[in-house]
Design a protein around this ligand. Structure first.
Ligand SMILES: Cc1cc2nc3c(=O)[nH]c(=O)nc-3n(C[C@H](O)[C@H](O)[C@H](O)COP(=O)(O)OP(=O)(O)OC[C@H]3O[C@@H](n4cnc5c(N)ncnc54)[C@H](O)[C@@H]3O)c2cc1C
Length: 409
């Protein structure tokens, strides 16, 4: 009988396994994806980046993954403005040179670069990490969960953690219902090169069709560093379809125009990817001997740029309560899991609801901006105290206070 099996070894599942290993608990990790080919990952530019919060970076440093990340682009400022002139809001400031750690609000990392670092570290630290695994059944038995694999293996575990993403098989097999809100929008993403440098500022413009974000990203060619961004353009489905099918010259010209030359001319774009936008909320995060974390528990509008960040906070809180109770001789009982659910579900849902309430055409790429928009860009811009309090909340570090992963800085 295993103490814990984690299904899903993405950032959230992987971080959980590494935090548990650090606390002396070896989890078995089962992932459907194959081992990544390092040279292929390093050679390719992803169409999108993840805006990692200070809390996520802090957790990745704790498990020694952060230093393995091959490329990333720190950002020191955020600028949001409205095409219709309702106002502008700025957080932090621009930085013409490589910023210091103190100046950074967070960092932009391509998902495949992040997954590569997590996977490489898991291969070293997690003793039973299996890739390309097909789980065909998960069922509850007395005091354990049974996991059946396509190769005929049957496993038993006292605790099962579902970290298997938005369409979680674990969630489905555990009969946990999920509320879904279809925004009928898509996020169009790709990497672009602009004539003007980003100066480490994440920018966002509200257009009548939805927000368009320029997120600074690291370039494959160092000579062009500072001029590449990943765009996330939230659009009604039909617009997204039309823009996805334009040729490159038409698309870059459209982007230059629609962005109001935000960073001069768009001179190059990589192939576009399109993500349908749906919010999902599991009705429960836990049941006897089972916990859901990350996108398996909640998928929020990517406009907030917080999806994986709140997933990493789930991982930290779950590991904290598990290890706390283990030190007292208790492993994953109902009260332990309930404490995890209590600490995370209300917070995550508050964020999801605020996103829906604002309305998707008026929401922003970055969570601080979503909040700011709620209060009115102009009023907020004039209240430095309010802005700084909000930034403290958005960086996620407050959630880690009073846990073993508290940030000492
Ligand atoms: C356009 C867009 C932009 C975004 N931007 C941001 C951003 O700026 N900041 C941010 O924080 N978030 C962002 N997000 C959200 C972020 O991508 C997700 O929240 C994050 O990837 C979820 O991580 P996860 O580990 O929970 O799930 P996933 O990354 O989906 O990982 C799930 C893992 O489970 C494995 N798996 C799945 N099913 C099975 C199975 N049956 N058996 C075994 N293994 C299985 C998969 O192989 C995978 O490794 C964005 C999302 C989109 C669509």
């Amino acid at each position: 009988m295993k103490e814990v099996i984690i299904i899903g070894g993405g950032l959230v599942g992987g971080l959980t396994a590494l935090l548990l290993a650090q606390g002396g608990v070896q989890a078995m990790v089962l992932d459907a994806a194959p081992i990544l080919d390092e040279s292929a990952v390093l050679k390719a530019t992803n169409p999108r980046v993840l805006a990692l919060s200070q809390a996520t970076i802090h957790l990745l440093k704790k498990v020694n993954v952060w230093e393995k990340i091959a490329r990333q682009m720190p950002y020191t400022g955020m600028q949001v403005w409205n095409k219709n002139g309702y106002g502008e809001i700025n957080f932090g400031q621009e930085s013409k040179t490589a910023p210091s750690a103190e100046q950074c609000l967070g960092s932009m990392v391509e998902p495949s670069i992040l997954n590569l670092a997590i996977q490489q570290h898991m291969l070293m630290v997690v003793k039973d990490y299996r890739t390309q695994v097909k789980v065909i059944r998960v069922e509850k038995a007395v005091n354990c969960w049974i996991v059946k694999l396509a190769d005929g293996t049957t496993l038993k575990t006292k605790l099962l953690i579902g970290a298997d993403g938005a369409n979680s098989f674990v969630r489905e097999q555990a009969y946990i219902d999920v509320d879904v809100l279809d925004y009928k929008q898509a996020g169009l993403t790709c990497a672009i090169q602009t004539t003007q440098p980003h100066k480490h500022v994440a920018r966002q413009i509200f257009l009548p069709t939805g927000p368009l974000a320029y997120l600074p990203m690291a370039s494959l060619d160092q000579a062009q560093d500072g001029h590449w961004q990943s765009i996330v353009w939230t659009l009604p489905d039909d617009y997204a379809e039309e823009y996805a099918n334009l040729d490159d010259a038409e698309f870059t010209a459209l982007l230059t125009r629609e962005s109001h030359h935000m960073l001069g001319e768009v001179v190059a774009a990589t192939p576009r990817a399109k993500f349908p936008l749906k919010a999902r909320a599991a009705q429960r995060y836990v049941t006897e001997g089972l916990a859901l974390i990350g996108d398996a528990a909640h998928v929020i509008h990517p406009l907030a740029g917080q999806g994986v960040n709140i997933g990493c906070l789930d991982a930290a809180i779950l590991c904290d309560v598990l290890l706390h109770d283990l030190e007292r001789g208790v492993w994953a009982n109902a009260q332990t899991l309930k404490r995890y659910e209590h600490q995370r579900k209300i917070q995550n849902e508050a964020m999801m609801h605020s996103m829906s309430a604002i309305g998707w055409l008026e929401t922003s790429e970055l969570f601080p901006v979503v909040w700011a928009r709620n209060a009115g860009l102009k009023q907020v811009e004039n209240q430095p105290l309010l802005k700084s309090r909000f930034m403290q909340q958005a960086n996620g570090l407050a959630v880690l206070k009073n846990t073993r992963y508290a940030h000492s800085g």
